[in-house]
Design a binder for this molecule. Structure first.
Ligand code: AMP
Ligand code: ZN
Length: 139
């Protein structure tokens, strides 16, 4: 498969590795948005988060939790984190191998919040929210 992250996992492309276990790898983004910008990926290829099983997704976030703790402890001046995933093209995913971005945040860094990513909601009308809620309710 022609997947750049699978090639990193296979050791065919180098990376700045910060964490590895039997199922996950974490490495620095080569085009960082902040110092310490790190990505956590599953070793088993999945195009996107929605295609992972609940168990795989849970394990991935255990690794994210571990790496996040290390960043908070060890990055000079870090005072927060933004954690996120671009899932599928409409959300800006460019590498089609699931990855979780961890962006270290620093007081006054000028960055936005997750609320600044998109502002396309048609309405916040209670009737409309109820309709959406019914559609999205899952077991
Ligand atoms: P996304 O836009 O969410 O798909 O993020 C993909 C990220 O992968 C981007 O932030 C890239 O800078 C990063 N990236 C691409 N190739 C590499 C690489 N070889 N090593 C580390 N990060 C990479
Ligand atoms: Zn892959």
């Amino acid at each position: 498969m022609d997947c750049i992250f699978c090639k990193i996992i296979a050791g065919e492309i180098p990376c700045y590795k910060v964490y590895e276990d039997s199922r996950h790898l974490a490495f620095l983004d080569v085009s960082p948005c902040a110092d310490g910008h790190t990505m956590v990926i599953p070793k088993k290829h999945a195009d996107a988060f929605a295609e992972m099983s609940p168990e795989e997704a849970g394990a991935l976030f255990e690794a994210v939790n571990k790496v996040s703790g290390q960043i908070l402890k060890r990055m000079d001046g870090v005072t927060g984190l933004t954690i996120g995933m671009n899932t599928y093209e409409s959300a800006g995913q460019t590498v089609m191998h699931t990855h979780v971005h961890i962006f270290p945040r620093f007081k006054g860094d000028g960055g936005g919040t997750t609320h600044s990513i998109v502002n396309s909601a048609k309405s916040a009308d209670p009737g409309y929210l109820k309709q959406i809620c019914e559609r999205l309710t899952c077991e």
